[in-house]
Design a protein around this ligand. Structure first.
Ligand code: B12
Length: 218
């Protein structure tokens, strides 16, 4: 089934891909397995784009297929399983940084974080450092999470951190990066506290930070 779904994504066959996902949803309630398969499909699309076989329209189609899966009722319910089982008591402001409009990974993180009880303010995509600064000045938050999946995003993450540092804001919150495969050197260059490898990994770190903060204040 995994291979079939990846193949359908590779072929940009939305009907086939969505049909197979629906079939899989009947057999498993572990949505993360399905998301992992979709991510592998996206990797394949990325390779085809890099090799010049696929064009931007194909990236758009691949993004559309992923979005359709995220909109399926079972997937929404899983990702947004509501504040009933909320645990964490913290706040996060998140955005995709300036120059980058990829938002699927960011949106998965937002849903997962809300499902764990975080208050999440989503500033959207292509977010300028000044917009982030303005938001934080009027809404102090525990964590600033920045998403970026194109290499250029590193420049804008650094620019954001420089602007925050010039206003002495860095000390107020933890900084989380997600999206690219950040090396330790790049994370330190940007000035972030943690670079997540996935939405789940980033969420785990946010929960740790909030637990530490709550223990310190007891
Ligand atoms: C779909 C897609 C698009 C769609 C995006 C639709 C959308 N609404 O997001 C569209 C068509 C808009 C697009 C445009 C472009 N794209 Co594009 N795109 C992709 C593709 C195929 C899939 C991305 C995706 O959604 N993956 C699925 C999600 C779930 O994965 P993810 O975003 O990585 O998120 C995971 C983690 O990174 C993490 N995460 C992400 N954000 C965050 C945030 C936090 C806080 C945390 C904790 C975790 C986290 O959690 C997620 C899973 O757990 C990738 C290929 C690939 N290998 O990824 C190329 C890719 C990212 N795109 C690429 C390029 C080059 C472009 C364009 C420049 C093409 C062009 N010439 O115009 C433009 C850029 C436009 C811009 N300014 O941003 C390159 C980037 C190369 C690079 N390193 O710079 C890639 C890698 C393709 C490739 N191999 O060349 N793209």
């Amino acid at each position: 089934m995994k291979e079939k779904i990846i193949q359908a994504i590779r072929d940009l066959d939305d009907e086939q891909a969505l049909g197979l996902v629906r079939e899989m949803l009947e057999a498993t309630s572990d949505i993360t397995v399905i998301l992992d398969i979709l991510n592998s499909g996206m990797e394949e699309i990325g390779k085809l784009y890099e090799s010049g076989t696929y064009y931007i329209a194909d990236l758009i189609m691949a993004g559309y297929i992923y979005r359709c899966v995220l909109d399926m009722e079972e997937v929404c319910t899983f990702l947004e399983k509501k504040q009933n089982d909320a645990q964490a008591k913290g706040s996060i402001v998140i955005c995709t940084v300036e120059g980058d409009i990829h938002d699927i990974g960011k949106d998965i993180f937002v849903s997962l974080a809300r499902s764990k009880g975080f208050i999440v303010y989503d500033l959207g995509v292509d977010t300028k450092p000044e917009q982030i600064l303005d938001f934080i000045l009027s809404n102090p938050v525990d964590i600033l999470a920045m998403s970026g999946i194109i290499t250029e995003s590193i420049t804008y993450m650094k620019k954001t951190m420089d602007i925050l540092a010039s206003c002495s804001l860095k000390k107020c919150q933890k900084i989380l990066l997600g999206g690219l495969n950040f090396s330790k050197e790049i994370r330190i260059y940007i000035g972030a506290d943690y670079a997540a490898t996935s939405a789940k990994d980033g969420l785990q770190k946010c929960i740790e930070w909030i637990n530490e903060k709550n223990n310190d204040s007891e």
